[in-house]
Design a protein around this ligand. Structure first.
Ligand code: AHR
Length: 495
């Protein structure tokens, strides 16, 4: 153990509600995320509701998934939504040119997705096609999903079996417009955004739209600046940001068999999220000081080499305690920036990149990342308690990172929760938590830890890593002393 780390509540600091959508997810037509992951078809022997796996629905509901982004990603800017409605045997088969050139039979389409979101209790977030689609096509999709009265698209929806509109609120206007969404310059995309957003009309009283501009990659601050400067505020509700945690894009390394050097590099990349959000926020603050426009980190997570023997276009990777560290630390960053960050989407929900669920035939595994999401769901819609953090360093070779990260909130029942992460690969970190004037009577907690950073839940050992009751915290008046084991996540409850 080292000298003590401190986490101090700031009861007088400005605060806000942590939007539950920060705990959102992302499902693309990529590899086995949709097909085999969520959807097996209604003739499958795997128990399903309208073709969607029952085990997956139950697990995601338990985790409290608040929203789901679909159908991409890069796929979104090649997707023509009318291919995925009506009788399944009449739907055209297309080629998924981004992800493995596999044939996409369009058997999972708009109705399948939006009905599935209802089953999950999650808000849908649709990514519109700007790259290869038209403004008319996107306007039609809005009318199809959201209009209650008589119109060409709502009539078509009813013919296809759905009477009431779904009233989809969240709409992405393209994805990664700087790359797979069309390799555009920000000035050109800003103009296209203005045009597409103009035609995305709705019954604003009953089905308001939240329109989201395709955002920057990592530290491309000019992208955010140009969008904020050129898109009128009445057309813009949110700006996106994508940041993946990698060792190095050219040498991503194995998802399981990694060295401490690679672990350190991944965590450095993950913690960069704090700087990225601060800097993009500072630009947004210039144009939108009242923070009406949200920053949505609608793609984030760890990205490694695909698992040996799997299709390179399918982005399948295992999920270890390293991923739990990325998730815990990143969610603390989002909570602490929840005045501007009001949605985030981990990439991707099932069988792709940093997943919460892996499937193989009728088997399902919950990953360490799933358990972090589940432990942290106490922060959803709770009020942030701003904190000051003083952390020891986690040192590797000549570099340092803060070992401890934290965030805290008070829920609607007055219960306080604090999530703490120790990313140090070797040392237990002792944390002194000063709750200031708040005195508590009872403490309990959950711990996610494992004997090795490289450990994971496999199909043969699905319960290898699971949260357990945490016994390493003591409470005395308004001070809590916590012992965080190396590479662990703890969520404390104070009453
Ligand atoms: O999540 C995988 C891909 O990463 C998405 O399709 C794209 O938006 C990003 O580059």
């Amino acid at each position: 153990t080292q000298a003590q780390n401190t986490v101090t509540f700031r009861p007088d600091a400005p605060t806000q509600v942590i939007n539950r959508n920060i705990y959102g997810h992302f499902a693309e037509h990529l590899g086995n995320c949709i097909y085999g992951g969520f959807y097996v078809g209604d003739t499958s022997h795997i128990p399903n509701t309208n073709g969607v796996r029952k085990d997956v629905i139950a697990a995601l509901r338990k985790m409290k998934i608040p929203n789901l982004r679909w159908p991409g990603g890069c796929f979104a800017d090649t997707y023509h939504w009318k291919d995925g409605i009506g009788a399944k045997d009449k739907r055209p088969a297309i080629v998924n040119t981004w992800w493995g050139n596999v044939t996409e039979d369009n058997s999972f389409g708009t109705h399948d997705f939006l009905n599935m979101c209802e089953e999950l209790g999650a808000e849908p977030y649709l990514s519109g096609n700007v790259g290869s689609g038209t403004a008319q096509e996107l306007a039609d999709w809005v009318q199809y999903t959201n209009f209650a009265g008589k119109s060409p698209m709502s009539d078509l929806r009813q013919q296809n079996g759905r009477k009431e509109p779904w009233k989809v609120r969240y709409w992405g206007v393209g994805n990664e417009a700087w790359g797979c969404g069309g390799n555009m310059r920000p000035e050109y995309y800003a103009d296209l955004y203005r045009k597409f957003a103009t035609f995305m009309q709705s019954d604003w009283k009953n089905a308001p739209l939240f329109r989201i501009a395709s955002g920057a990659s990592d530290g491309d601050y000019n992208w955010t600046e140009v969008l904020m400067k050129n898109i009128p505020a009445n057309l813009l509700d949110g700006v996106a940001l994508h940041h993946y945690s990698t060792v190095d894009w050219n040498h991503k390394g194995d998802a399981v068999d990694f060295t401490e050097k690679q672990y350190f590099a991944t965590m450095k990349s993950a913690l960069l999220m704090d700087t990225l959000i601060s800097k993009h926020t500072a630009i947004m603050d210039k144009y939108d000081p009242k923070k009406k426009i949200a920053l949505l980190v609608d793609e984030w997570g760890g990205w490694y080499n695909v698992e040996g023997g799997t299709n390179p276009g399918f982005l399948f990777q295992q999920n270890t305690m390293r991923d739990a560290m990325i998730a815990g630390a990143t969610l603390n960053i989002f909570n602490n920036h929840s005045d501007r960050v009001r949605m985030a989407n981990l990439a991707q929900a099932i069988n792709v990149l940093q997943s919460v669920i892996l499937t193989k035939g009728d088997q399902m595994v919950l990953t360490p990342t799933y358990y972090v999401m589940e432990m942290y769901n106490v922060h959803q819609d709770a009020t942030l308690i701003p904190v000051d953090i003083h952390s020891n360093d986690y040192t590797f070779e000549n570099e340092k990172l803060p070992a401890v990260s934290a965030s805290a909130s008070k829920d609607k029942n007055g219960i306080t929760h604090i999530s703490l992460v120790n990313i140090d690969a070797h040392k237990t970190q002792e944390v002194t938590l000063d709750t200031r004037s708040q005195a508590y009577k009872a403490i309990s907690g959950k711990l996610l830890a494992s004997a090795k950073l490289q450990n994971y839940n496999s199909f043969t050992k699905p319960d290898n890593i699971k949260p357990v009751d945490f016994k390493g915290a003591t409470l005395k008046n308004n001070t809590v002393s916590v012992k965080l084991p190396p590479y662990s996540v703890v969520v404390l409850e104070l009453k």
